[in-house]
Design a protein around this ligand. Structure first.
Ligand code: AHR
Length: 309
């Protein structure tokens, strides 16, 4: 990795970061984009955002374009886990450090990226499962799972963390699992098919959704089937976006594991430290995974409003 450091003539105001963002599939993603803009502005850094519309090929094109423009760093929220080696090798040869945001990648050579800012997604799945185990207190429960985007690290890890944890309790079973692509519309569509296949939803005790948007889609499907989400079917998901807190206040959702949308802030700080004196960040900068329930939903909603998302 090159060491192009800030000298007296180069300040944060001269730094340009190219951010290859996945798209706008969820409320969380939209919040992450807007927080990235404000965190860059706060530090006087120019941020160029390229929206990949869920396609890895668009992310690869964007990274190549950032390299051609000679940006000072590249931020990448990788839509899927694999297939990044060639383009990240090109960034490395151009001495442009790459920072991963909110998802992981699998590469043989981890010098292809400087650091990754993300939650421990296996742990997120485990926190969701622990909540369900505690809530069921030994009562049997058939769970349907709405997975995130196929091939995304967060989908694979949230699945694994939940599965490994419920596997310790024989009364909790995952009876159906399918991708809802992290979107509200697909979450609703998949939930409708689960309800049809499971005695009009009567065999289902809980939904575990890999994000809040799919949970909100599922809530809609449950209501349209004449059942009460949050009561007849429990809803547990991940993200902690304002809409899930509104659903909790309405009694239609039960718990959400928060994922902070501020991934860019720690990455920008790591970039500034590196540019200042070559300080290398830890390989993984881990964000917290706190579980929220209806009791604190209004306070969380107010807090998010104050924070501007
Ligand atoms: O990678 C983070 C996940 O991507 C969020 O949980 C989800 O909402 C988003 O689309």
């Amino acid at each position: 990795m090159g060491t192009i450091l800030l000298s007296h003539s180069v300040s944060a105001n001269d730094l340009t970061v190219g951010f290859s963002q996945i798209g706008s599939e969820s409320g969380w993603r939209a919040a992450e984009t807007s927080v990235a803009k404000s965190e860059a502005e706060k530090r006087g850094i120019t941020l160029k955002i390229a929206d990949a519309q869920q396609k890895q090929e668009n992310q690869i094109k964007a990274i190549r374009s950032f390299i051609a423009q000679g940006v000072d760093a590249i931020f990448l929220a990788p839509v899927v886990q694999t297939g990044w080696e060639p383009v990240l090798q090109e960034a490395k040869e151009a001495e442009i450090p790459v920072f991963l945001l909110d998802r992981n990648i699998t590469v043989k050579d981890d010098s292809l990226f400087m650091t990754g800012v993300a939650a421990d997604s296996v742990h997120e799945g485990a926190v969701a499962a622990d909540w369900l185990i505690k809530t069921q207190a030994g009562q049997p429960c058939n769970v349907v799972e709405l997975q995130g985007t196929v091939g995304a690290s967060v989908a694979l890890e949230r699945k694994q963390g939940f599965l490994d944890t419920v596997a310790t309790v024989p009364t909790i079973k995952i009876i159906r699992t399918q991708s809802g692509d992290f979107t509200r519309s697909k979450g609703k569509e998949v939930m409708e098919s689960f309800i049809k296949a499971e005695n009009n939803g009567k065999n289902i005790c809980a939904v575990y959704a890999h994000n809040d948007d799919m949970a909100i889609g599922a809530i809609q499907a449950i209501k349209e089937a004449g059942l009460k989400p949050g009561k007849d079917i429990k809803i547990i998901s991940i993200d902690g976006v304002p809409d899930i807190f509104k659903a909790m206040i309405a009694g239609e959702a039960n718990a959400s594991v928060e994922l902070t949308p501020n991934m860019a802030g720690p990455a920008l700080d790591a970039l500034l430290a590196f540019k200042k004196d070559g300080t290398l960040p830890p390989k993984h900068i881990k964000t917290e995974s706190v579980l929220f329930e209806p009791a604190t939903a209004q306070a969380q909603l107010d807090l998010k409003k104050d924070m501007g998302y």
